[in-house]
Design a protein around this ligand. Sequence first.
Ligand code: AP5
Length: 227
Amino acid sequence: MRIVFLGPPGAGKGTQAETLSKEKKLPHISSGNLLRESVENDTETGKKAQQHINKGQLVPDQIVVDIIRERILKNDCKNGFILDGFPRTLSQAIVLDGMLKDLGNKIDIVFYFAISKESIVLRLSGRRICAICGANYHVKYVPSLKDGICDKCGGKLYQRTDDKLETVLERIKVYHEQTEDLINYYKKNGILKEIESESNVESITENILKVIDNASKSASFVNLGVV
Ligand code: AP5
């Protein structure tokens, strides 16, 4: 199954993608993580991307599209994947559709994470990431057992540089200007599922799994010629 997680910054896409990836054995492909990796590795792409990320603006389409194309073509994506944070512009969505069509595939479900601006700001201001394994925490909502230390590997927790309030507000603005239109794009394609994202992590996971299980059931009915 090929799944896209669409929604504003801090809506919980990464958190849910991690769980779903384990539950459904699908690779979690986060465009943000891939870009941050290239920044850490000090590659040419990373150098170009960093200036945009730090300002809370989108990295140019061509850079992101190339990174995603390379990732999707890997063997582990043959049976599906969860795309988190990509596509983020109409042109990225069109390129993605073309890429998948060439492979004889298509996106099955797009989850749109609906959440208020107030919650986004609260979530991003408290987010902490493990410097070693990348696990995601929140000082209040998803705290680590020991303050500032990762439960999974003992690594130090840090705050992302683009989680400063000023940059968060810019990211929300950019989302409204450049990404929100994708809601209608996927609604018209009939594959958009809205997920209420103000609730706790567990009930959101439950809702996502229900949608996926229903979609899988109807797909097998179609394959059996029942529908
Ligand atoms: P990216 O890394 O994709 O960031 P984002 O989309 O802004 O999303 P976030 O990672 O901030 O939030 P999330 O929705 O994953 O929330 P999370 O689960 O962490 O992109 C960063 C930058 O890279 C962009 O600004 C851009 O420059 C560039 N970029 C990336 N993709 C691009 C593209 N396609 N095109 C161009 N540029 C691109 O949760 C947030 C916090 O809330 C955490 O602390 C978590 O523990 C907590 N939390 C999660 N769920 C809940 C819940 N239900 N209740 C309470 N707390 C919760």
